[in-house]
Ligand binder design. Structure first.
Ligand code: NAI
Length: 737
């Protein structure tokens, strides 16, 4: 048996408690230990007259039974006075049941101004006045329970009750917003639409029915909703005769009836009418964000697809998983490729905060840097097309509202450093679908290949809000699990202030969602202003780890896992807290301004330094260019002093293979009799030249003109570029094999 729900010490105000439903509530609360204010104006059911007898009688009844109660005879329109009685008598106010009411039934055309106004004054304005008077007290004590009394007449309409229906549904609107505003202070507001025999209903119901519909069959719901242990907030309930049901809104999937750059016409509305009104697979929306969020999706869809033709199906407003996930799991998205050059790699690095302010960042933002590298987390950009561009909406067995998806977690693993430029082919597969109750989690695995070689693997965890609870499994061995950070002070903390333009810059890397730049979209999504991309914060954090624990050496990066916890606004300062545990760097990221954790349970796995050394290219052994350099070295032995006189420069070569630097060579034609050796220049190089092993060979074999190679971007030269013209001579004369 559950323990009884008690209200000891709670101060409860019930308006209109001199009879009918209000009396039943007052008695029931008092019986369970509450201190009750019995308010009643004491007039007739049309709101005519007043008196103290009704309230006094109920107070008397409560006291007789050993309870505590005081009377108040003011109209609810004087809310302050009503609440003052509670404060004066008991020193606080915990619970308000807005119940007082009257009727002025007339068919619509015959409603006088007075009939309209008094109904609104007593029901809607009265509930507002009383609740407002109690609100601040509830806020301060961080507890409050409020009941609004609506009516089936408001929900469904009822002949002869236009004034009453309007006011009664107005109360629901009031309650909906109070539920939102009160939530953070533990003030809950719920609405009931009761049916009970009372003097109000005695003219419309036969006696035996009146008798059967006792107010006592409504009161227990009110008590439960007002109990401190009840978490219900913003609910609407029909209640009577011992039955209780909850109501909610339903919205059809609807139809998009407009195309990009085309006028919207009434004919298109007519053509789609059946679909607009079709409630099959309808949405059950709970928040304004859900409602407006789907409009965002509509706008996105119209803007990106050029609009949905009037005959097409819209995925925009659907949200529920229709069946099991069998068709979804293992579903492969169409293959796609991601090509990029240094431009994209640099734009990304700038987007995640790499800066000329930090000399060690130059390698990420200057293509001429001798160690130019693509940030490892660029790997998510390569794969991100899988979750954009509508692929999620095409997964069989799932019907996903794209407006309701959140990027929950991210895992990225690199099998070798990303090439500085390249084209990777990507295969995306739905690895699993989990039912978390409050939503579904879709695990999207994306494998990116250069030719046949697997370069990186991503797992996107996409949370689909509100589509869960259909009995699917909760766990999967496919999940790359997030890991809690150690319970000690961080070993290192790095901070970076994002710029106001951070999201505007980051989106150039391919996530064009207007949520990150357009204030109107942001407010549709429920944000004060555009928010930063979660993957942008992810990039900042990974950079911090790489900088602090791997000296920005991209070959040390193995994998990263993060959980996105809260949004970040551009301009906020990101603070990455890091813990080193072997080769795993645990981290979490906070916004310094609020202290909120925005990325949680995250880690970066580093390749142990010993492995990196082992993996360093075998000193160019498998490169064709190696032979050439060795040959140049041999020939220089004879004629070195002559050449040194002519050239007077040190050339450093970066020979790439598959986009990575595979070997470095130095041709020293400046010092003594010249020298060719493997590795970077011992002193400083006058020119640094980067080109692939293949292109190097083409240059040597005369198939590729070095100048043309330079202008086409195949050959990169840094330093005294004019000197490189002398190369042609060296290569021609000394490299003939
Ligand atoms: P009732 O007439 O027995 O109780 C209403 C009480 O409110 C009366 O005692 C009356 O004196 C008091 N009152 C009226 N104007 C007031 C004012 N300005 N200030 C303070 N007190 C005032 O009626 P019943 O049936 O108990 O209704 C309670 C509430 O439930 C009302 O809001 C009514 O609209 C609502 N309701 C009742 C239904 C039913 O089947 N009984 C159906 C739907 C809604």
């Amino acid at each position: 048996m559950n323990s009884p729900l008690r209200f000891d010490g709670r101060v409860v105000l019930v308006t209109g408690a001199g009879g009918g439903l209000g009396r039943a509530y007052a008695l029931a609360f008092a019986e369970r230990g509450a201190l009750v204010v019995v308010n009643d104006l004491g007039g007739d059911f049309k709101g005519v007259g007043k008196g103290s007898a009704a309230a006094d009688k109920v107070v008397e009844e409560i006291r007789r039974k050993g309870g505590k109660a005081v009377a108040n005879y003011d109209s609810v329109e004087a809310g302050e006075k009503v609440v003052k009685t509670a404060l004066d008598a008991f020193g606080r106010i915990d619970i308000v049941v807005n119940n007082a009411g009257i009727l002025r039934d007339r068919s619509f055309a015959r409603i006088s101004d007075e009939d309209w106004d008094i109904i609104h004054r007593v029901h809607l304005r009265g509930s507002f006045q009383v609740t407002r008077a109690a609100w601040d007290h509830m806020k301060k004590q961080k507890f409050g329970r409020i009941i609004m009394t609506s009516s089936a007449s408001g929900i469904y309409g009822n002949f002869g009750q236009a004034n009453y229906s309007a006011a009664k549904l107005g109360l629901l609107g009031l309650a909906n917003t109070l539920a939102i505003e009160g939530k953070k202070n533990n003030i809950h507001c719920n609405t009931i639409a009761p049916t009970a025999g009372s003097r109000m209903t005695q003219t419309v119901m036969p006696d035996d029915v009146l008798e059967a519909l006792k107010p006592d069959y409504v009161a227990p719901l009110v008590l439960w909703l007002c109990h401190e242990s009840c978490e219900e907030n913003g609910g609407l309930f029909e209640v009577g005769a011992g039955w209780i049901g909850k109501l909610r809104w339903e919205r059809s999937l609807g139809a998009i009836v407009r195309q990009k750059n085309q006028p919207m016409t009434p004919e298109a509305v007519k053509a789609n009418w059946e679909k607009i009104c079709d409630f099959e697979n309808a949405n059950k929306l709970r928040t304004i964000q859900e409602s407006t969020g789907s409009l965002m999706e509509v706008l996105n869809k119209i803007n990106s697809d050029g609009g949905v033709s009037t005959n097409h199906t819209s995925h925009a407003a659907s949200s529920t998983a229709t069946s099991g996930f069998d068709g979804a799991i293992g579903h492969k998205l169409p293959q796609f490729s991601s090509a990029y050059t240094e431009l994209e790699a640099i734009m990304y690095a700038l987007g995640v905060g790499a800066s000329v302010k930090e000399p060690k960042d130059m390698k990420f933002i200057y293509e001429g840097d001798s160690d130019f590298s693509c940030l490892p987390t660029f790997g998510v950009i390569i794969a991100q097309k899988s979750i954009m561009g509508g692929g999620l909406a095409e997964i069989p067995g799932l019907s996903i509202n794209l407006a309701k998806i959140l990027h929950g977690e991210q895992y990225l693993e690199l099998y070798k450093p990303l090439p500085r430029a390249g084209k990777l082919n990507c295969e995306a597969v739905v690895a699993d679908v989990l039912d978390k109750g409050s939503g579904l989690v879709i695990l999207m695995d994306v494998y990116s290949y250069s030719g046949k070689e697997l370069i990186c693997y991503n797992q996107f965890s996409i949370f689909v809000v509100g589509s869960g609870g259909i009995g699917g499994k909760r766990k999967s061995d496919k999940v790359k699990e997030a890991v809690a950070v150690p319970n000690r002070r961080p070993d290192a903390v790095l901070t970076d202030t994002t710029s106001l333009n951070q999201a505007a810059l980051y989106r150039l890397s391919g996530d064009w969602n207007p949520l990150h730049i357009d204030p109107n979209f942001a407010s549709l999504g429920g944000f004060n202003r555009p928010i930063l991309h979660g993957l942008c914060t992810f990039g900042f954090s990974a950079r911090h780890v790489l900088q602090r624990f791997a000296d920005n050496d991209v070959s040390r990066f193995k994998a990263i896992k993060v959980r996105f916890a809260k949004p970040v606004y551009p301009g906020q300062t990101l603070q990455t807290e890091m813990w080193k545990e072997g080769n795993r760097i645990h981290f979490q990221t906070k916004t310094q301004e609020t202290g909120d954790i925005v990325i949680s349970n995250a880690y970066v796995d580093l390749v142990p330094t010993s492995d990196v050394l082992a993996k360093t290219p075998s000193q160019g052994g498998d490169l064709q260019s190696t032979l050439v350099f060795e040959e140049i070295g041999r020939r220089l032995k004879d004629v070195g002093h002559e050449v040194v006189k002519q050239v007077k420069a040190v050339f450093e070569w970066h020979i790439t293979k598959g986009g990575d630097t595979a070997a470095k060579w130095t041709i020293d034609l400046k010092n003594a009799t010249g020298e060719v050796y493997q590795g970077p220049a011992k002193g400083s190089a006058d020119v640094t030249i980067t080109l692939s092993d293949e292109d190097f060979m083409d240059v040597v074999l005369g198939k590729l003109d070095p100048q043309k190679a330079f202008f086409s971007g195949k050959l990169k030269a840094r330093g005294n570029i004019m000197l490189s013209q002398k190369l042609q001579m060296i290569l021609k004369d000394y490299a003939k094999l």
